[in-house]
Design a protein around this ligand. Structure first.
Ligand code: UD1
Length: 353
């Protein structure tokens, strides 16, 4: 029997821990031939290859080198480059993950090449169309043939948008698979000692959303508040944020800026910190899984389950210092159990053969 060829599209840092568990699970079976297509939206070693190393992915099968640029530039470049590969390989399935520009661009390209498209992490909605990711999510979901959702709100959103029920499958949160797969290695990391930190005695801060970091005034307002939090605040700096922060250089003494961290080191920091202040999507989920309080500097979230069930709270620069006094205890949402890739493989055995 001819193996089913599957393209796994990845592009930016949060995508790598979503494709890795699926890649490994597909490889275990001798009926699938997965290929990793990296569009190159993130390209710095610390934003990309270090994740491939930690996640046991080696090197991508194809690297499209599209790099940075405006939304239209990134989207257009992915479509032009990926079209050639898609036409050449004619994969039986194209899997896109998350909500970055490359997710949408590859989905459109694949669909116009009459390929079957699956969206992993489908159905999430912030209902805020000012967010580029919301546009990417809506467009990707609207043309995908298979919609794998991480939580029940995803199913509800898709059904409300008129997506046929048969296309939607609740599979759970694939990012938690990466954590479970690597938990023992995460526990062996020496990063706390290296940075002279004690378990439960420091805060992790991450910021990269355009709405928080692209304006000097907004970022400065956030930093001024964060500086008032007691104790060490560890701030791994996203390249987008570095550009603006360099020009204001106003970091207080308790804020320790470090380079972006590899997956294993970063998860060790999150697991051992007292709480997280962030605007990331994925970290809202990882903290919920780990039971670490999370304060999300955003007006909304496409991951409401982390608030309803988990440890997450939405905050802004004005109320942050009050809100951190009240840390939530949460529970782990259903199917965030490290077995999402297994469920997807079972589903693919049904739908691809
Ligand atoms: C992208 C995603 C966002 C995701 C984030 C995770 C979109 C619209 N946004 O945002 O959803 O949460 O990735 O990090 O797809 N840069 C480097 N080195 C790199 C990558 C980027 O220096 O390896 C710099 C470039 O100056 C670039 C800027 O960071 O212009 C922003 O990168 P970009 O890929 O446009 O968006 P992110 O903010 O990373």
């Amino acid at each position: 029997m001819k193996k089913k060829s599957i393209h796994l599209i990845c592009a930016a840092r949060p995508n790598f821990m979503k494709i890795a568990p699926l890649y490994h699970a597909l490889k275990k079976e001798n009926i699938f031939e997965p290929k990793i297509i990296h569009t190159g939206q993130h390209y710095d070693y610390q934003m990309s290859q270090s994740f491939f190393n930690d996640l046991g992915l080696g090197s991508p099968d194809e690297f499209l080198e599209i790099g940075s640029g405006s939304h239209a530039e990134q989207t257009g470049k992915v479509m032009i480059s990926y079209e050639k590969i898609c036409e050449r390989d004619k994969p039986d399935l194209v899997v896109v993950v998350g909500d970055v520009n490359s997710t949408m661009a590859a989905a459109i390209t694949a669909k116009k090449n009459h390929r079957k498209v699956a969206h992993l992490e489908a159905g999430l909605r912030s209902f805020d169309r000012e967010m580029p990711e919301e546009i990417n999510r809506i467009l990707t979901d609207s043309i995908s043939d298979i919609l794998w959702t991480p939580s029940i709100d995803g199913n509800e959103n898709l059904e409300n948008e008129g997506v046929a029920k048969e296309k939607i499958k609740l599979v759970g949160n694939i990012m938690i698979d990466s954590f479970c797969m690597l938990e023992s290695k995460i526990n062996q990391q020496n990063v706390l000692n290296e940075l002279v930190l004690k378990k439960g005695n420091f805060v992790v801060l991450t910021l990269h959303r355009p709405s928080n970091v692209d304006s000097v005034e907004t970022l400065e307002k956030i930093i001024r508040k964060v500086e008032k939090i007691e104790g060490t605040i560890l701030f791994p700096l996203h390249p987008r944020t570095r550009k603006v922060l360099d020009s204001i250089s106003l970091i207080g003494k308790n804020i320790k800026v470090i380079d972006p961290q590899s997956y294993l080191r970063f998860m060790s920091l999150v697991k051992n910190c007292s709480f997280v202040v962030t605007d990331s999507g994925g970290i809202q989920e990882e903290t919920t899984y780990l039971g670490i309080p999370c304060f999300t500097l955003r007006d909304n979230t496409e991951r409401p389950i982390t608030i309803i069930k988990g440890t997450n709270q939405l905050v802004n620069a004005d109320n942050l210092l009050d809100k951190i006094k009240d840390k939530k205890k949460g529970e782990i949402p259903p199917l965030w159990d490290g077995k999402t890739a297994e469920r997807i493989v079972l589903h693919l055995k049904e739908v691809l053969f």
